[in-house]
Design a protein around this ligand. Structure first.
Ligand SMILES: [Zn+2]
Length: 312
């Protein structure tokens, strides 16, 4: 939530009464957790401007870290909660990164009918790009739930989660456990600059950062037990609470001292890679973060044999 959003048709309301209404709804929205009045996927995603595409291209890795057969990734961005305006930027960055490196091709959609056992056979990973509020549940959409879990646990494929991928599956406990977090707030807002530390500097999936902690302007989700714990997943990066600006944010609770940024886990025969970074457009103009995502995507494909054992 927070940041910029728009309603389904992108309508601009101009009259004074409507502005007051919108302000009231926005205030109500901010008081809610995990849902927002400015909700839902737009019917058509905007095209990127040439300068935005140029910034993505300038930051793309030259080649994939791991040599492997070209893979295929399903990029799913449906929003039944908050719509992140970064989605078209991230979609294009993912597509261009696969094209340039040759590591993978993408199919991009917000149509949940793609989730059938038969259709998913063509893919090596599913990337949830800032999807929110998905209504999937074993009771109401058993076919979708079975297809996704079968894809990972039985077929040994991968899941990639970008930022709001941790704000889905409110009605599906197993998928929440797989993702390793479920949105409860973001004390670190999109306009702030926050310190990130590399918990596992020698791990191949953090090689993009060369062991160096860094600062980034982005929105950071709170990570909460019991879903997020260091027993449940292997945490590669987290917020650096020794940084005064990151520590001295209003409304923190003791458990915020350990806020995960990137983590991985085995799930059945398959794998899950999640990174919290990806609310602001600039994340996808950042060479190190794009490299980190590419390495995570290759891990999800199964092309990296890396340590995934949690380190409590
Ligand atoms: Zn966000």
């Amino acid at each position: 939530m927070a940041g910029s959003g728009r309603n389904r048709k992108g309508t601009v309301m101009t009259c004074r009464v409507k502005v007051v209404c919108v302000a009231a709804v926005a205030a109500l929205c901010l008081s809610l957790v995990g849902s927002c009045a400015f909700a839902g996927s737009p019917e058509i995603l905007r095209d990127l401007k040439p300068e935005e595409i140029a910034k993505i291209k300038a930051a793309l890795p030259e080649k994939a870290t791991k040599e492997a057969p070209q893979r295929k990734m399903l990029v799913f961005w449906r929003c039944e909660g908050f719509f992140h305006t970064v989605i078209p930027v991230a979609n294009e960055a993912l597509r261009l990164m696969g094209e340039k490196t040759g590591a993978y091709t993408v199919v991009t959609t917000d149509d949940p009918s793609v989730f059938t056992i038969e259709n998913l056979k063509q893919f090596d990973a599913i990337c949830f790009n800032n999807s929110t509020g998905l209504k999937f549940s074993p009771e109401t959409t058993p076919g979708i739930c079975e297809a996704i879990m079968d894809f990972v646990k039985v077929d040994g494929k991968g899941i990639v989660g970008i930022h709001a991928a941790a704000d889905n599956f409110g009605r599906w406990e197993e998928a929440r456990k797989m993702m390793g977090n479920s949105f409860t707030g973001h004390p670190w807002g999109a306009g702030g600059t926050w310190a990130i530390k590399i918990d596992q500097p020698d791990h191949p999936l953090t090689a993009a950062f060369k062991g160096q902690s860094f600062k980034v302007k982005d929105e950071i989700y709170r990570t909460d037990a019991p879903l997020y714990t260091r027993e449940n997943q292997f945490v590669l990066m987290s917020l650096d609470m020794s940084d005064p600006a990151t520590k001295n944010v209003g409304g923190l609770k003791p458990s915020d001292d350990d806020t995960g940024i990137t983590w991985i886990k085995d799930w059945g025969k398959g794998r899950m890679f999640y990174c919290s970074l990806g609310h602001n457009d600039e994340i996808f103009y950042n060479a190190a973060i794009l490299r980190h995502y590419l390495d995570g995507i290759q891990f999800a494909f199964g092309d990296y044999q890396v340590d995934t054992k949690p380190k409590p």
